[in-house]
Write a protein that binds this ligand. Structure first.
Ligand code: SF4
Length: 221
């Protein structure tokens, strides 16, 4: 397999799920940076859970697995980590030099909860697939998301429609990211289940969240 270095100024693929859930929330994490540490710590603890999943230790016959595979797309300016890639021996697959054989790759993303109504998890998986495709010059038809709460994986087809949605989201994210502009908050149903609701700028009538916090700190110091 070819390998590439990541580019620091590229978008994190995992951010696409935040962007789809709420553009403002994505901006708070990925542009304002203020909460990135918390989110990354949280994601790290998820990874810890993933490592203890017995499925990750599975190895049999014509299948082998690679974990935490770094991917990057220069076309979309995104980079990230694929939790796991399952390689299944297949003469029509990808040539793996280290093994001197052909394998078909299936990417797998691990999630704590259960399948969502929205496309958040699917666009993330599809974006990872698109980056992997660009690196390896192949086309993936589908991948999987493993949900801990239901203890099984679901198949996700990388349809043209899903790919188009991913492309549109990434283009929009890149516009905000290049301008370093956090999208404005919009009150919606999802706000009730949002863990950022206490920090969200919707509560601070257009004030920049950093300015707000600076004022609070100045007042109490
Ligand atoms: S509270 Fe609502 S608007 Fe604010 S970050 Fe959360 S989902 Fe977005």
């Amino acid at each position: 397999m070819k390998r590439y270095n990541t580019e620091e100024d590229y978008l994190l693929i995992s951010g696409i799920q935040h962007f789809m859930f709420c553009k403002h929330q994505w901006g708070l994490i990925h542009i304002e940076d203020a909460w990135q540490d918390n989110v990354l710590t949280f994601e790290g603890s998820l990874l810890h859970e993933k490592v203890h999943n017995p499925e990750l230790n599975e190895s049999r016959g014509d299948i082998y697995i690679s974990r935490s595979v770094a991917v990057i797309s220069h076309k979309y300016k995104i980079h990230g980590i694929i939790d796991l890639i399952e390689f299944v021996k297949d003469e029509n697959g990808l040539y793996i030099e280290e093994r001197q054989a052909y394998y078909r790759p299936y990417i797998v993303e691990y999630k704590r909860g259960k399948p969502k109504e929205g496309l958040e998890d699917k666009v993330q998986l599809c974006a990872q697939a698109m980056a992997f495709e660009e690196m390896q010059d192949i086309v993936l038809d589908y991948g999987y998301i493993y949900y801990f709460q239901i203890n099984r994986r679901i198949k996700v087809s990388f349809s043209q429609q899903l790919r188009k949605t991913v492309e549109e989201l990434i283009n929009e994210m890149n516009v905000y990211y290049n301008k370093k502009e956090t999208p404005k908050p919009i009150k919606m149903k999802s706000c009730r289940s949002c863990s950022f609701t206490n920090f969200c700028s919707k509560n601070f009538s257009n004030k920049n969240i950093k300015k707000y916090l600076k004022n609070v700190i100045e007042e109490i110091s």
